[in-house]
Every structure is written in structure tokens, then in C-alpha cells.
Design a binder for this molecule. Sequence first.
Ligand code: HEM
Length: 287
Amino acid sequence: MKTYQTGIIEDKTSSAIFMLFKLTGSGKLSDTLAKLSNKIDGSSAVAGFGNKLMKFFPKVNAYQQHKFNSPLLDNESGCDVAIWLKNNDKGKLFHQATEFRNILSDSFELQNVVSAYSYREKFDLSDFEDGIENPEGDAMLPVAISEDGSSFWVLQQWLHDFNWLSNSSQHAKEMCIGRSMDDSHQFADLPPSAHVKKSAKENFEPEAELLRKSMPWSDDKLNGGLMFSSFGHSFRAFNLQMSSMLGIDDGIIDGVFKFSKIMNTNYLWCPPMSNGVLDLSLLEMGK
Ligand code: HEM
């Protein structure tokens, strides 16, 4: 197996920055990506490529297929490069972020910066514990990383309705997710729209499993929500779970939509690592 970007598997930090870039021109692309590749250590900085940039990686078949299988209509609007900067020190994150903006500036424009962090260690801002059913330990690698060391990353920004959350009863909120807000246990009797029912991996054959590394986010206008972030050895599990959440087959919409909505979705391919740098051997220019 080739080596992979270890930050995908490693613990989340208490603060992080997600940087989303758009491709502005391909004239200097190989040089820009070579510079990026040298700076990405795969641990404190995880990089994913998407959308227009993936046209230069035509051999990554699982990526090229995603458009046909995605249940989301806006899947073409994703960014071309995403960088997940992980550090507990916000000042270091800031300096790292400006460095990456400079490194990419010949070919990419920075479109969006999302500040993310931990809340009550592992909670979503809706006050539910997140990540309980995640694979752990040795089980993470086969779920999140393909045999060639790459990974298929979905980064989806959700905006929460905090008015709804503060005006609704605990019971109403618990029925959206299906777990208790007091001790996180899963309720036995749940409506079919409960999030844990709609997304459970066992609903699908073979099972649809993901490694979720989502983080709360907010901005300086006090908008906030969840930066949903999942890694898989393909996009299959995400697309199946998302279709189920949208009620594509049964018309039953996931309870999460009662208090949150999708702002943007980024389908990304995380290249493997090779000799300590991003492996760009599948890059094909001039096509
Ligand atoms: C606002 C958006 C979302 C919120 C607040 C949210 C929150 C939660 C919470 C609180 C749980 C229960 C604890 C746990 O097992 O982690 C959970 C479970 C889960 N979520 Fe989400 N989630 C969101 C979006 C998504 C999306 C987009 C997907 C995939 C397409 C997803 C997939 C899952 C899966 C697979 C589980 C485990 C279900 C089980 O087997 O019990 N979630 N989520």
C-alpha cells in the first residue's frame, strides 16, 4: 500500500481551517501543484482535489464517476482544491493559511475560508454528540483509505437554524437525530426520519461505511453549523447515505433537515503520499 495523508485518520484538533480554492488558469498548474505537493505533510495539512482540477487526473476513475452517482444537483459547484489545516494553535493556523494562499496564487483563487473547532470535545453545535458510530483503531484505515493510499473526501457545509433549535423541545430535537441529548443513547422507538435510521450503514448491501471527521464551524456574523467531513475508499457510502437522507427512494426526509441545510458540497480526491510529499504521478497536463 502506498502511504496516505495521515491527518485523515489522526485525531481532530481543537481548531482547524478549511480553505477552498477555485482554479483560475492552467498555464502554471504543474509548477503550482509541485510547490503545493512539497508543502503538504498530510498530517497538519490534508489536501483534496476536486471539480475542474480533477480533469487533469483522468485516471482516477472513481472520481470521474461521482457525478453520475451523486444525489445532489449542485455537485458540480464544488471547489477545485480544499485544504484542511489542523492545529490547536489558531495563530499557527493563520500563518499556515496565508502561506498556502501564496503557494497556490499563480493558479488558484481563495474562495472561502471556514473556521472550525471542537465544541464540548466531540459535540455538534446542535448539542448532540457526533461520531459515536465511527470506525475506530485499525478499523479506520480500510474504511477511509483506498489500497493505493488515496481517499475520497466529501466536505459539506451545513448551516444550522439556531432559532429553531432554541425554540424546540428536547424531545423534538432528539427525534430528529434518534439519540438522547443527555447521555447519547439511541432510542428504541424512532420515527423513520430519525437521522441514525436514515444513515445507518446496515441499510445498504454491502454496508456503506464512512469515516466522519466533521467539525463545528461559525463565522463573524454568528452563522454556524457543521462542516461535515467524511472519508471513504470511494464515494459510494456517502452517496447512498445522502440519497437516503434526501428521501430519494421513500420520500422520507432526514430529521437533520428540520434544523439544518446544505450550503455547499465538495467532492474531493486526496492523493496518496510518496516520499513525504503528495504523489502527483497521476497528473496529466496538456489534455
Ligand atoms: C447537519 C448535518 C449533520 C448532523 C448535525 C449530524 C449529526 C449526527 C449525529 C449527532 C449522529 C449520532 C452520533 C453518531 O453516531 O455519530 C450522527 C450519526 C451519523 N451520521 Fe450524521 N449528521 C449530519 C450529516 C450527515 C451526513 C451528510 C451524513 C452522510 C451522508 C451523515 C452520516 C451519519 C452516519 C453514517 C451516522 C451513524 C449512524 C448509525 O449507524 O447510527 N451525517 N450524525
